[in-house]
Design a protein around this ligand. Structure first.
Ligand code: ATP
Ligand code: MG
Length: 700
């Protein structure tokens, strides 16, 4: 207990019964949980295996056990800990038979789950443009988060289809296959306790104390699960921070923590105020950001550490300039003896990792992407690259097979096998073979590819030698984009976003003079380097990159938060949603800021390529009004940036050359996309306004 301050100690040693620790980031909530468990074992004589700790990730559970073992010796390992999912699975292994499952049921993986949903829709002759499988699975998941079985699900009509009936069939088929999906685990564990008194009694008697970390992100079914499990002994301790509730979009409901005292009468409440993680300057920024939210528990983080360096905000020209600035800052931190492993880049949207990945790789700085697949491993990126490669005469047979039935062209698994065989026996390369197909000189299965082959040939003719131009045409005309948009709205939007990012990247690379083949090499190298980074055993000594959502509960000496702009943070979706969405985005920024112990850099770009268009985002409303004594702004940004070279990027301050007017510098940009105009100050010809599209500017 010597390692705790007084408030922490009081919480750790509190009596049994419901206890709420509601406190800001970095105030030692997780540490207090660990010590409370230690206290329960060492001082109250409770057997470790009768204590249950619910954590946010499996990794956090392992860490908790390790920290306990340090604290109280080997006994610490006996505490039962894990995520809601993992613990529910344990319960179900024991009792699943009463729900009609064999105890040896399996958890269905994402691919099989998708396949099952597709099959159900197919058997009912429901086309994907009427109801996309992803939409249905999302809807079902939503019901499960809310604790609703098919019978309880709302009657929902979608294009004349009754979703709750499909939900019921999906559950039936899962059961036939002896499978549960991920969300079933929690729901079914709750149902065990909801509907089966004897089991509920047995499970309740299994633990004497239950402790939950990151409680602010529980959803209704998890809330019920806890009520059911702890209803009898009421020994439940929850810790959380309402200001860090960031999973509203997944059904998490912050009211559970705010109403804890109502759900659990007589609950003890503990507030921790001192922050042990971050420097004073970083906390000042965190407080300034979050205090703008309304309807929160008033609390300010009090520093225990020195003031430290001021957090900084850098405005960059575009996303590549941003990546370069981030890189140079990270190298500077490194030269001040911070190890790579103590640095993290936390972004709002996974697509932001692309320019960073590229630059890090080129500079040989070790990095690892945590959670989420590397950009080039994503399905839609692989598909898009396959189309593009075939269009530009460098695609291979695997790429052809990858997209031959995307969108559907009547080529199932068998058809694809035959196709592969036909290609092999032709002795041609895939794109050559497609040319042959386009000219109508093939028989058999290959005939199914005639429309695709013709399309490729005609687009290729249209774009002449401009390799960067045909992607959109081909994706649209082939129906590929359409097949994506038929997915659930959210999913399709993020996939299309990724494709646009790839398009921008192709344009940039072509502007740098790469041939299509060289580009494919670059892409495949990026791909394998991301893979290597992921599998690398000794990934400890690498800069971490992850989404802000993933970063909950973690801490690093140095943190970069890129893309602090309107449209990214707050995200466009939240802006469309209104005040509530914006509040959640602000909490997300608060989570990001409070991950940093000592150094913090925020960046935004003046220009960002997005959805294939060029945008000029405004600085995020969350920081734009902050005074420089809280957030240091680089007044030299403009000058410093203008002296830098921007890879293929047209941005303010970029040095460019024009075929007639010669060398100059970009002073301003107006409009977007096709209609964009640039103002350039030429060395010899004065200032001119030009249509960017026709100006044939080359960035120097
Ligand atoms: P988050 O809200 O981000 O999950 P938290 O409240 O769980 O944060 P912890 O991760 O437990 O905070 O603690 C933050 C940091 O402060 C950790 O490095 C922890 O070891 C340290 N710390 C916590 N309490 C104390 C204390 N009393 N004395 C010294 N260091 C402490
Ligand atoms: Mg914590």
């Amino acid at each position: 207990m010597a390692e705790l301050n007084q408030a922490q100690q009081l919480a750790a040693e509190a009596e049994g019964g419901p206890q709420l620790i509601l406190a800001g980031a970095g105030t030692g909530k997780t540490r207090t949980i660990v010590h409370r468990i230690g206290h329960l074992i060492a001082a109250c004589g409770i057997a470790p295996h009768r204590i249950l700790a619910v954590t946010f990730t499996n990794k956090a559970a392992a860490e908790l056990r390790a920290r306990l073992s340090l604290l109280i010796g080997d006994d610490g390992g006996g505490v039962v800990s894990g995520t809601f999912h993992a613990i529910s699975l344990k319960f179900l292994r024991r009792y699943a038979d009463v729900l009609g499952y064999p105890r040896s049921f399996q958890v269905v993986d994402a691919d099989d789950q998708k396949a099952l949903i597709k099959r159900i829709l197919k058997n009912r002759n429901i086309a994907t443009d009427r109801l996309h499988p992803s939409y249905l699975s999302g809807w079902i998941e939503h019901c499960k988060h809310a604790g609703l079985t098919p019978e309880q699900a709302p009657e929902s009509d979608w294009n004349g289809l009754r979703l709750h009936e499909l939900y019921a069939q999906y559950q039936q088929e899962l059961m036939q296959h002896e499978r549960m999906d991920f969300s079933d685990l929690i729901l079914n564990a709750a149902i065990l306790m909801r509907d089966h008194v004897a089991i509920a009694t047995a499970l309740r008697a299994r633990f004497d104390h239950v402790l939950v970390d990151e409680y602010q992100d529980t959803n209704p079914i998890q809330h019920e699960w806890l009520l059911l499990l702890c209803g009898e002994h009421r020994n439940i301790t929850v810790v959380g921070d309402d200001d860090q509730s960031i999973y509203g979009w997944r059904g998490a409901d912050v009211s559970h923590i705010l109403d804890f005292e109502q759900s659990w009468a007589g609950a003890g409440t503990h507030r921790l105020e001192e922050n042990y993680r971050s420097t004073g300057a970083i906390l000042e920024l965190a407080n300034a950001v979050i205090c703008e939210n309304t309807g929160r528990h008033e609390k300010a983080l009090k520093p225990t550490r020195e003031d430290g360096d001021k957090p900084e905000w850098k405005v960059c020209n575009d996303e590549y300039d941003e990546a370069r600035q981030v890189l140079s800052r990270i190298e500077r931190w490194r030269s001040s003896a911070y190890p790579w492993s103590e640095m993290a880049i936390l972004y709002r949207s996974n697509r932001q990792s692309l320019p960073l990945e590229q630059l890090f790789r080129e500079s040989n700085i070790p990095y690892r992407i945590i959670g989420g697949v590397g950009f080039f491993e994503r399905m839609e990126i692989k598909d898009t690259l396959a189309y593009w490669a075939l269009l530009n005469c460098c695609g291979d047979g695997l790429q052809l097979l990858r997209i031959c039935n995307k969108p559907k062209r009547g080529l199932g698994a068998k058809g694809q096998e035959q196709l592969a065989a036909a290609l092999a026996s032709s002795g041609l390369r895939a794109f050559e073979w497609l040319d042959l197909i386009a000219s109508g000189q093939v028989e058999g299965i290959a005939k199914k590819l005639v429309p695709l082959a013709e399309l490729l040939a005609s687009v290729r003719q249209d774009i002449e030698s401009h390799a960067d131009r045909g992607l959109n045409m081909i994706l649209e005309a082939s129906g590929y984009l359409q097949s994506l948009t038929a997915m659930g709205e959210l999913e399709a939007a993020s996939r299309i976003e990724n494709i646009r990012t790839l398009q921008d990247y192709i344009e940039l690379s072509m502007a740098q003079g790469l041939t299509p083949i060289e580009f494919m090499d670059r892409a495949s190298l990026l791909q394998s380097s991301a893979e290597m980074q992921d599998n690398e055993q000794d990934s400890d000594n690498a800069v971490s990159m992850m989404s802000l959502h993933r970063a909950k509960g973690l801490e690093f000496d140095c943190v970069v938060l890129p893309g602090i702009e309107e449209g990214l943070l707050p995200h466009q979706r939240a802006l469309d949603e209104g005040e509530e969405g914006i509040s959640e985005e602000r909490r997300l920024l608060y989570v990001g800021v409070t991950r940093a112990r000592e150094q913090l850099l925020l960046t935004s770009a003046r220009l960002r390529r997005f959805f294939g268009e060029i945008h000029y985002p405004l600085p995020s409303r969350f920081i734009k009004k902050l005074p420089t004594n809280i957030l240091q702004q680089d007044s030299f940004a403009q000058v410093a940036v203008s002296e830098q070279q921007i890879a293929g990027g047209i941005g303010i301050g970029a040095r460019v050359s024009h075929p007639t007017f010669g060398e100059g510098m970009i002073l301003g940009l107006e409009g977007a996309g096709e209609a964009m105009r640039v103002t350039v100050q030429f060395k010899r010809s004065g200032t001119k306004q030009l249509m960017l599209k026709y100006a044939a500017l080359q960035v120097l």
